[in-house]
Write a protein that binds this ligand. Structure first.
Ligand SMILES: [Zn+2]
Length: 287
């Protein structure tokens, strides 16, 4: 699932390409992915301009020219791919560009065509993602439901500590709880715990002062670094512009089960399950 760094990478790529473009038409092939009445959805978009693209946690917010907003959530396997002539850019769920790769393909469920004939494709293999047009009031309600977000002014050590001290939930699970801390998913939550030398199944309220500080620092540091590297793509896939999210090379625990720990050189990376999600940690230097 694309997490904060991957969604931020898509946002940055798309801003320079589609802001101020006029939407000429919208084709919806899988209406169930649209959370409005189909007619309302299409009417709201047709002829409208995209003024800006913002992001809250893993949610993309396309600001339209008449105080409406298009929300796009990629969830597990969503992708946004923009094509203008032969230039292709996009991200989300990793994909390999092969000889027979083309757009639209059988996973292209929503297609936006702009007035200069460039196109934005919303592809989704498993169809957990969604698109929704909202007005400002609903937007604010949705945004307020998210917890504090790393790399923003809200994300202070005090707020972070406050959340941890009130919860007996396993720290990794809490780090992924979007209503508490917004933007981290399965990959970065394991990495953050490793960085702070904290075992991911520790109940949050048992963490010591120093561990909390280290976790807090790791959240900011790892996400910042991951954004700089255009996120993480696993399985050696590249994006359509032939670029790979190169943070994959910097992963210390995620996907490294059975390998030697790079930090202590003594432990082995163990894969376990915490609250039904995979978790990775070093069995020697994380407590
Ligand atoms: Zn170790």
């Amino acid at each position: 699932m694309p997490e904060l760094p991957e969604v931020e990478t898509i946002r940055r790529d798309l801003v320079s390409r589609i802001v101020n473009k006029k939407i000429a038409s919208v084709e919806v092939k899988k209406p169930k992915l649209v959370k409005n009445k189909l007619k309302d959805f299409i009417n709201a978009l047709k002829g409208n301009k995209i003024r800006d693209i913002k992001r809250r946690a893993k949610l993309l917010v396309f600001v339209l020219s008449d105080n409406k907003y298009l929300l796009i959530h990629l969830k597990m396997t969503g992708q946004l791919i923009f094509c203008q002539g032969k230039a292709i850019t996009g991200g989300g769920h990793p994909f390999a560009v092969s000889k027979d790769w083309q757009l639209p393909n059988k996973y292209s469920h929503v297609i936006f065509t702009f007035s200069n004939n460039s196109q934005l494709f919303f592809n989704d293999l498993r169809q957990f993602g969604y698109l929704k047009i909202v007005e400002e009031k609903e937007l604010l309600k949705i945004l307020n439901d998210y917890g504090i977000e790393p790399l923003t002014a809200d994300f202070t050590l005090k707020n972070f500590k406050n959340i941890l001290s009130k919860s007996r939930t396993a720290i990794k699970t809490l780090l992924m709880d979007q209503k508490q801390i917004a933007g981290l998913g399965n990959i970065y939550a394991s990495e953050v715990c490793f960085s702070a030398k904290v075992k991911p199944d520790r109940p949050a309220n048992t963490l010591k002062e120093k561990e909390i500080k280290d976790l807090y620092r790791a959240c900011n540091l790892i996400l910042k670094k991951a954004i700089a590297k255009r996120g993480t793509t696993v399985n050696n896939y590249v994006d359509a512009s032939n670029r790979q999210g190169s943070f994959a090379k910097l992963l210390q625990v995620y996907g490294r089960a059975g390998r030697k720990c790079r930090r202590c050189k003594k432990g082995t990376i163990v894969k376990t399950r915490i609250n039904n999600r995979s978790a990775y940690y070093c069995n020697y230097c994380q407590y």
